[in-house]
Design a protein around this ligand. Structure first.
Ligand code: NI
Ligand code: MN
Length: 229
């Protein structure tokens, strides 16, 4: 049974046996992060999009650990230019890695990285991530608006879904509640809230609504907490 450790914002570490897969490892500058980029363990890194609060510390972590980066083709190619090992995919495509199956799904958002000089680099389109490890299917929605094709993602049979609820940059609580109804996961965890003043939300109130209106169990994880799924 895999486990999910919440690292604050949209960053998580999925563990299954010896495998430690980071998704969107934004740790430096993430005031909620329970671990530093210099210490976090990773055997692979999966990215939903290139925004700095998602691509985050990927380059430094991959350099230190040798973790392979999995992302949309343009991010992967850019990582390759940094001398890192990266595997490019595109929306709708799945691939079996030795450590798990990944499929990139649509997301309505942007995907521009701002480098240390402040220059914006557009790196493909944003994505969501389906990740099957240890027989369980995780859906990380990335940053996205609500869209009705989430019902097509739901047909994969999602065990655990991570939805942004922060509003302003992504779905807010109302739309994220509708997303739960379209994906129909067994368990849902809210992410991408309370990191910055503009995305403050009441996760306990959202949990109550999810459990009253859908068949899903909602678990509000504090940064550093772990959930088996
Ligand atoms: Ni974003
Ligand atoms: Mn974001």
């Amino acid at each position: 049974m895999p486990s999910l450790r919440f690292l604050g914002h949209s960053a998580v570490q999925v563990r299954d046996g010896d495998q430690k897969v980071l998704i969107d490892p934004f740790l430096t500058g993430n005031g909620l992060a329970p671990v530093s980029a210099a210490e976090v363990e990773a055997t692979a890194i999966v990215l939903t999009h290139a925004h700095n609060d998602h691509l985050g510390d990927s380059v430094a972590i991959a350099r230190r650990t040798g973790a392979e980066i999995v992302a949309i083709y343009e991010i992967a190619a850019w990582m390759g230019q940094q001398g890192l090992q990266a595997h490019g995919m595109s929306i709708g495509g799945g691939f079996n890695f030795p450590w798990g199956w990944v499929k990139l799904t649509p997301a309505w958002h942007g995907s521009t990285y701002q480098d240390e000089k402040g220059h914006f680099i557009t790196l493909g389109t944003p994505a969501g991530v389906l990740l099957r490890m240890g027989g369980s299917l995780l859906y990380h929605a990335g940053d996205t608006a609500l869209f009705s094709d989430m019902s097509l993602i739901g047909r994969h049979g999602v065990d655990l879904a991570l939805f942004p609820i922060g509003d302003n940059f992504t779905m807010g609580p109302d739309d994220a509640l509708e997303a739960v109804k379209l994906i129909r996961p067994k368990v849902v965890v809210p992410i991408h809230y309370n990191t910055f003043p503009v995305i403050q939300q009441d996760a306990a109130a959202w949990k109550a609504r999810v459990e009253a209106e859908t068949g899903a169990r909602c678990v509000v994880l504090q940064p550093g907490e772990v959930l088996d799924y």
